[in-house]
Design a protein around this ligand. Structure first.
Ligand SMILES: *[C@@H]1O[C@H](CO)[C@@H](O)[C@H](O)[C@H]1NC(C)=O
Ligand SMILES: *[C@@H]1O[C@H](CO)[C@@H](O)[C@H](O)[C@H]1NC(C)=O
Ligand SMILES: *[C@@H]1O[C@H](CO)[C@@H](O)[C@H](O)[C@H]1NC(C)=O
Ligand SMILES: *[C@@H]1O[C@H](CO)[C@@H](O)[C@H](O)[C@H]1NC(C)=O
Length: 286
């Protein structure tokens, strides 16, 4: 087993992640505004904060603590994540731009659209300049009501990030029952094979550990998969000689029951618990 630790591990995550290159840190910005502390805490819990920080041009539509409490008391974290990702617009809207929308109405794409779980216009938001200087927000699905409206500006860093408060959550039809972005239809072995980790993928299947990985997907999963090359390297034990129990705990050691984009991994200093932490062999990643 010791030799396995010396393998050059290819760090591979199940979701597409980009290394943070921008100056903004949404968590730090919102810490200065206690009215949005619940929203901020959910951005951290859902890891949406990491995705926001990796994007260059973005608008966050924030909800105050009262509006967030109503939302989070009714829905599980995966649904809250879907809803909040619909509140992250992939364009820069400051108050001036909101009031100068050409033809008074537009559709804009959101982080929810990037999850692959948003057919048609589901991941788009309709922004409409209403009478009397009011700006309404709603789902882009035709017939949706614009029952959320712009209330005030919170913070702008032109033209990287804009934070605007809106009165009520934007709810797209079906979003309350949609699967969590990271868990639906992910083909773990397919992804691993594409990433050059065929050996690891076939071990996952033959040992049955694939099921453990799949059941951990709901909460997010990061896999540290050794590449096929790594398996061929000198000093690597012959895995076929390991007992099934040893194979299982070895494979479980290579996944962390949490979704850790690269940005999160780079800043994690505490031991990361892995799926094997509670198994026969104990392995904590440090
Ligand atoms: C905006 O983002 C760019 C990188 O995309 C960065 O170079 C620039 O410093 C940022 N501007 C501000 C004001 O943070
Ligand atoms: C962003 O800010 C929060 C709170 O100040 C801090 O805990 C976190 O480490 C920061 N993230 C990055 C990537 O700098
Ligand atoms: C936005 O919604 C309003 C009200 O439903 C609708 O009249 C308008 O056409 C929509 N805008 C776009 C660009 O689809
Ligand atoms: C996952 O991908 C692999 C390899 O591409 C394929 O053999 C397998 O049938 C796929 N499984 C599902 C459930 O689609």
């Amino acid at each position: 087993m010791g030799a396995f630790h010396r393998l050059n591990l290819l760090h591979f995550t199940l979701s597409l992640v980009v290394i943070a290159v921008n100056g903004h840190n949404i968590t730090a910005i919102l810490e200065g505004f206690p009215d949005y502390s619940v929203y901020n805490s959910f951005l951290t819990q859902t890891k949406l904060a990491d995705e926001i920080n990796t994007r260059e041009t973005i608008t966050c539509l924030v909800l105050n603590n009262g509006a967030m409490a109503a939302l989070t008391s009714k829905h599980p974290l995966s649904v809250v994540k879907n809803i909040l990702s619909l509140h992250v617009l992939l364009d820069y809207y400051d108050p001036q731009k909101l009031h100068k929308i050409s033809d008074g109405t537009t559709l804009t794409t959101t982080l929810y659209q990037t999850t692959g779980n948003a057919p048609g216009n589901l991941g788009f938001v309709n922004i409409t300049d209403l009478q009397g200087g009011k700006v309404g927000f709603g789902s882009a699905i035709p017939g949706s009501k614009l029952d959320s409206s712009y209330t005030k500006s919170v913070k702008q860093i032109p033209y990287n990030i804009s934070i605007l408060e809106i009165s009520a959550p934007i709810i797209a039809p079906g979003i309350l029952t949609a699967p969590a972005p990271s868990s639906s239809g992910v083909n773990i072995t397919g992804l691993l094979e594409k990433a050059g980790c065929k050996t690891f993928a076939s071990l996952l299947t033959s040992s049955g550990v694939l099921k453990t990985y799949e059941s951990a997907l709901d909460k997010g999963l990061t896999v540290f998969a050794p590449s096929d090359e790594a398996f061929k390297a000198e000093g690597v034990p012959d895995l076929s000689k390991l007992t099934n129990a040893e194979q299982v705990s070895l494979l479980e050691y290579h996944a962390s029951p949490d979704y850790k984009p690269k940005g999160t991994l780079k800043t994690t200093k505490d031991p990361i618990s892995t799926l094997a932490t509670n198994g026969a062999g104990k392995y904590d990643l440090t």
